[in-house]
Design a protein around this ligand. Structure first.
Ligand SMILES: [Zn+2]
Length: 164
């Protein structure tokens, strides 16, 4: 399998502050420019904990060249170990993600997230994979290569890469 081209922009979708360093440090080191979309503030224990982790996430991103991180507030998308909590919020997540892809300039973008097992098995990690895969699988492939919000190249060769 071909490795991602890290000379193009990368969008890394994670679930909690600290996922980026625990699971994706090789991506952060390899990517020339990476935007991390962290879907929750990690405030499972308390709101204060979420605010603290949000700040720690911002500081963590500063350690790496070319890495920027954002933690959007998406209704119903919270740090939780309970399966199914994000059900019905898929469209809201995709909407934020699509807007960030557009912010990256609509160029070729690597989109990276957890594998189907969530790496550690956390349900929020697994949801990241399921939501992005469903979004990707349902993107229209334009035969003439134009039109639509996203041009997908080589869709048939798009199995996720594993980052170890
Ligand atoms: Zn996590």
């Amino acid at each position: 399998m071909e490795a991602p081209d890290f000379n193009v922009d990368t969008l890394l979708v994670t679930a909690h502050p600290d996922d980026e360093v625990m699971f994706f440090t090789p991506v952060l080191l390899a990517a020339k420019r990476c935007l991390i979309l962290c879907l929750t503030d990690g405030g499972f224990r308390s709101r204060e904990d979420g605010e603290l982790r949000r700040r720690e996430f911002k500081d963590s991103c500063k350690v790496y060249d070319g890495v920027e991180g954002i933690v959007p507030r998406i209704d119903g998308v919270e740090d939780t170990p309970k399966a199914g909590t994000w059900s019905g919020r898929e469209r809201a997540i995709v909407k934020v993600m699509e807007s960030k892809i557009s912010d990256l300039g609509g160029k070729v973008v690597n989109i990276i997230t957890f594998d189907e097992g969530g790496v550690s098995g956390h349900v929020n990690h697994c949801d990241c994979c399921a939501i992005l895969r469903s979004w990707f699988d349902n993107l229209p492939v334009k035969k003439d290569g134009c039109g639509g919000a996203f041009e997908v190249r080589g869709k048939e060769r798009s199995e996720p890469h594993r980052v170890r």
